[in-house]
Each structure stands twice: as C-alpha cells, then as structure tokens.
Design a protein around this ligand. Structure first.
Ligand SMILES: NC(=O)c1ccc[n+]([C@@H]2O[C@H](COP(=O)([O-])OP(=O)(O)OC[C@H]3O[C@@H](n4cnc5c(N)ncnc54)[C@H](OP(=O)(O)O)[C@@H]3O)[C@@H](O)[C@H]2O)c1
Length: 283
C-alpha cells in the first residue's frame, strides 16, 4: 500500500478501512473480524472507528480483530463525540476507546464533528493527550472551510493533521474550496463514504453510463470504479467499509489502479467538479 506523508512527517496508508455498523450484530462478528484481518494482510493497515459506532461495539470488534496483530503495523483512528470533546469527558472517553481497542495509544484521534464546546478547549485537551502519549496526533471531521479557518486561529490549532469529510464521485463539493485550502495548509483529507453507501444516489451513480463504461474497460465492478475515482484525488485517503472478505478483496484490488486524465474527464461529464461553493455534505 502506498503511503502519504502528513504535515508532521508521519507516514499514513493511502487507503483505510471504515467500520461503521460493524460489531452491532453478533451473528456477523466472525466475518467482520475476518474481513478486517484480511484487509490488514492485503496492506490496508489503517482502521477508522469511533466511540459513536454501536456505542463502542465497533471499537470492541476492532479490538478483537487486531488482538493477534502487531500494533506497530497498524494505524488506528478513532473519534470523540463533540459533546465529549472537553476537559470534563475527553480523557475518560479516550481511555474507554483505548480499552475497547485493547491498545495503549491511538495513532489519530478526531473530533467527530463540531459541537458547542469551544475549539480552544478541545485543542488544549488534544494537545494534552498527545503529551501523555495516549494519542500520536489529532484531527477533525466534518469541518468546512470556515471551520478550518477558525481552527487555524486557535492556539495549537495548526497541529491538526487530518480533516475527515464525505467524498465520492457523486459528491465532489469539497474540490471547490475545502480541498485547496487543506492542501495550502498541509491538512490531509480522509474521505468517508467513498462508495456512496447505499440509497438512491448510489443507484444513480452505479448505473450511470460513464461508470458502466469505465468499469467494463477495467474489468472491475461499478463500486470498485467509485473507489478508484476517490483514490485518484491527490492526497485524499478513502476509507471504504467492507464487512465481508469478498468486498474487502475487491476494494484492495483497486488500491493501485490508475485512471487516466481522459477517463477522469469522462466521469466529470456525468459528475462535474463543482464550479461554486457547495455546503459540506455530511451523513
Ligand atoms: N466522520 C464521519 O462523520 C463519518 C461518517 C460516515 C462514515 N465514516 C467512516 O467512513 C467509513 C466508510 O463510509 P460508509 O461505511 O458510510 O460507506 P462506504 O464505505 O461508502 O460504503 C459501505 C457500503 O458499501 C458496501 N461495500 C463495500 N465494499 C463493496 C464492494 N467492493 N462492492 C459492493 N459493495 C461494497 C458495504 O457493504 P458490506 O459492509 O456488506 O461489505 C457497505 O454497505 C465508515 O465505515 C466510517 O468508518 C465517517
């Protein structure tokens, strides 16, 4: 798996694995654990989770999946609820996350979305967690350009290394101003919902002529083509979720696939890049 370099010089895999809804159904746990272990074996060593997912059940499942693996090989990401991201709760919540994951530290801890606790307080707590060795670095999620600009004015705010935001072929709004701002300020983008999850939007994407044409050309599925598209965005780390080994293998198979500029132009005919500011898409 190719690596990117964060603003602090740390390497991070070019693609990760999501875990939303994993660990919520005991009858699926075995396959989910196998899928995560297969992903790591195939080189996808970044795992994204959150205290929110299944009220900790996802973190617990990840903990079971990684128990026999070498911790140093992994890049573990978790997220704190906005209403826990202050002095009163964050240290306890981070400890709970570490306990569920069965690890002594997180590689990256994200503020899940912006809430009412002042950014100054959250940043101060994140810095303390770094100093105490509980987390290696921190970032944010669902921050639009104006939120990032405000964060940059907060003391220590410029230590934020990642902003995790929604990005897929059918939702390219961040290309207009957020991604350029982040590139200028060396904040790496992590793209969630790269497969556009489920629902009507996804059906439209998967059945579109350009997606069908290019997936046939590369002998991959339309869903794999969506992932290949997200992987072409320079400096963006897609984190698709695959609960089954079949899906995990399909996703790992496109990690090295390159779409040509002409092919990207074909996709842009059906799904144009934004020409004006779009409100940040969120789930
Ligand atoms: N920061 C945030 O606010 C935020 C919000 C949403 C998500 N996230 C993170 O981002 C991750 C990814 O987003 P997501 O899970 O919402 O959506 P996603 O990765 O776009 O899509 C997941 C869906 O695609 C299916 N799938 C996976 N690989 C496939 C393949 N090769 N072919 C066909 N279907 C496939 C999965 O099915 P199976 O599970 O059955 O394999 C699942 O139904 C999450 O799991 C979570 O870690 C973060």
């Amino acid at each position: 798996m190719d690596q990117l370099t964060l603003s602090n010089g740390v390497s991070i895999p070019k693609m990760g694995m999501g875990t939303w809804y994993m660990g919520e159904n005991p009858s699926k746990a075995d396959e989910e654990i196998k899928s995560l272990r297969l992903g790591v074996e195939l080189g996808i060593t970044l795992i994204d989770t959150a205290e929110m997912y299944g009220d900790g059940a996802s973190e617990t499942l990840v903990g079971q999946a990684i128990a026999p693996l070498s911790r140093q090989e992994l890049f573990l990401v978790s997220k704190v609820y906005p209403f826990h991201a202050g002095r009163r709760d964050i240290f306890r919540c981070c400890e709970n996350t570490l306990r569920r994951l069965g690890t002594e530290y997180l590689d990256l801890y994200l503020l899940h979305w912006r809430g009412s606790i002042p950014l100054e307080e959250t940043v101060e707590c994140m810095q303390q967690l770094v100093q105490s060795g509980k987390i290696r670095m921190w970032g944010v999620s669902n921050f639009d350009t104006r939120d990032m600009q405000q964060l940059w004015k907060v003391p220590g705010g410029q230590n934020c290394v990642v902003n995790q935001v929604l990005y897929h072929l059918g939702s390219r709004g961040i290309e207009y101003d957020l991604l350029p701002w982040m590139r200028d300020h060396r904040v790496t983008a992590m793209g969630y919902c790269p497969l556009a999850q489920n629902g009507s939007l996804r059906r439209g994407l998967l059945g579109s002529p350009s997606v069908l044409q290019l997936s046939a050309r590369h002998k991959i599925s339309p869903t794999q083509l969506l992932l290949a598209f997200a992987l072409q965005q320079p400096g963006l780390i897609p984190i698709p979720k695959a609960s089954s080994c079949v899906h995990q293998r399909l996703n790992a198979a496109v990690a090295d696939l390159t779409l040509t500029p002409q092919e990207m132009a074909i996709l842009s005919q059906d799904f144009p890049a934004p020409t004006r500011k779009m409100p940040l898409d969120i789930v």
